[in-house]
Ligand binder design. Structure first.
Ligand code: NIG
Ligand code: FE
Length: 401
């Protein structure tokens, strides 16, 4: 048999065997193994592959991982929020700025005014940058439109990027805030009866998300929106307990969401409900770091065996940090997550959080050949050389980038 490519003598971090949770995560490391790749897929994972290949790449004992998966971003937006950053540096809080009409509302205005082409160009550039940092699959949320036209404009940009071969996964986040001049209940009604049918009907989103937070959408609102989304075939996700303990973790359990995200202040009952319903915790250490806020109760997730995924939350307000490896380092230092949890968090567990575990997230036969050869021989170096790009070579669908 002839392969397209063989990667030889890697220290493979395979992440084989499904979703990971608990205190003792096994990364499935294989030292000095090879990977045979054909038609964009991983065909053989074994030591000493003897077959021929059109191209042989020697990893020389360096780490080979699945491409990183970023399961939570808001990367389509126009403008920036550097003025607010300046205000925060002088003591204003994220929610105070929001109350004064800044925050998400400012980006909504900018995004409404931007053309599709502008949004497309900036999103593409951001995805290319992420790719250089090892991210081969990215979830992207809408939510800077808060009206049908702009939400569709954002989701159509994701569609276009997907058609061009990028691994992008769209989430409808119409319930990101309450638009200027609207009453909350009227807007929710509008989401349910106008936005959702159109967006789900055109298959522009795979997931539905809600910002469940004090003074934004409460748990009842979130339940209503996510239930209806489910009826339209949109898998529920939720921004839960990010700034205050607001009942989001409970909602994620009740609606059987695929994931609850942020989770700085989940209640004990919320965690129990997440565990009982198989909800994945998507943690966003870049946001805690950038807003200088608290951290989630990591030990409780471990005790409940709740699987942890890690994302960038890349957005102009709370996490303009485009480097997932930097965020992985922050996860180690600020969240005190173990290196094994962090690596599983940006690979196999992130794949589960996006329902793409059959294709991505591990080095196993039949999966897409999205792979990274890193600069290091010890995977802890990804966290240790904080701020350095760990990627030596990356492969997307069997093609070297
Ligand atoms: O995940 N919390 C809501 N959404 C984003 C922030 C978006 C923004 O500030 O523009 C988040 O932190
Ligand atoms: Fe977010």
């Amino acid at each position: 048999m002839e392969f397209d490519i063989i990667i030889k003598n890697g220290t493979l971090i395979t992440l084989e065997g499904g979703i990971k949770s608990g205190k003792d995560i096994n990364l499935g490391i294989k030292e000095n193994w090879d990977i045979g790749i054909r038609n964009g897929k991983i065909e053989v994972v074994a030591p000493g592959i003897k077959d021929s290949a059109r191209k042989i790449i020697s990893a020389n004992g360096k780490i080979v991982t699945p491409g990183f998966i970023d399961p939570h971003t808001h990367l389509i937006f126009a403008g920036n929020r550097v003025d607010e950053f300046g205000m925060r540096l002088k003591g204003a809080s994220y929610m105070e700025i929001r109350e004064k009409g800044g925050g998400i509302k400012k980006t909504v205005q900018n995004t409404k005014n931007a053309s599709s082409e502008e949004l497309y160009q900036s999103a593409k550039q951001r995805i290319e940058t992420m790719l250089k940092w090892g991210v081969t699959t990215v979830e992207i949320k809408s939510g800077y439109g808060l009206e049908l036209g702009t939400e569709m404009k954002m989701l159509n940009v994701v569609k276009k990027l997907k058609e061009e071969g990028y691994n992008v996964i769209p989430t409808f986040l119409g319930a990101h805030d309450i638009p200027e001049g609207w009453k909350k209940d009227t807007y929710i009604e509008h989401i349910l009866s106008v936005m959702m049918p159109e967006i789900a009907g055109k298959k522009l989103a795979a997931f539905c998300d809600v910002f469940c937070e004090k003074d934004v959408f409460n748990p009842n609102d979130a339940m209503r929106i996510l239930q209806r989304g489910k009826a339209y075939g949109l898998i529920p996700k939720i921004h839960a307990d990010e700034i205050t303990s607001s009942g989001g973790a409970e909602v994620s359990g009740e609606v059987q969401a695929i994931s609850a995200e942020h989770l700085i202040y989940p209640s004990d009952n919320g965690l129990k409900m997440m565990a009982e319903n198989g909800v994945i915790a998507v943690l966003l250490p870049g946001t805690s770091f950038f807003l200088n806020e608290s951290i989630p109760p990591i030990e409780k997730f471990r005790n409940h065996n709740i699987p942890i995924a890690i994302g960038s939350d890349f957005n102009p307000g709370s996490s303009p940090i485009i480097s997932l490896p930097l965020i992985m380092g922050i996860a180690a230092i600020k969240y005190k997550l173990y290196p094994e949890e962090i690596i599983a968090g940006v690979t196999i567990n992130a794949a589960y959080a996006l329902n793409i575990q059959d294709k991505k997230g591990s080095i196993e036969t039949g999966k897409d050949a999205d792979l990274l050869i890193l600069k290091y021989k010890d995977y802890r170096e990804i966290l240790y050389w904080l701020g350095e790009n760990p990627v030596e070579k990356e492969m997307l669908g069997g093609r070297i980038k």
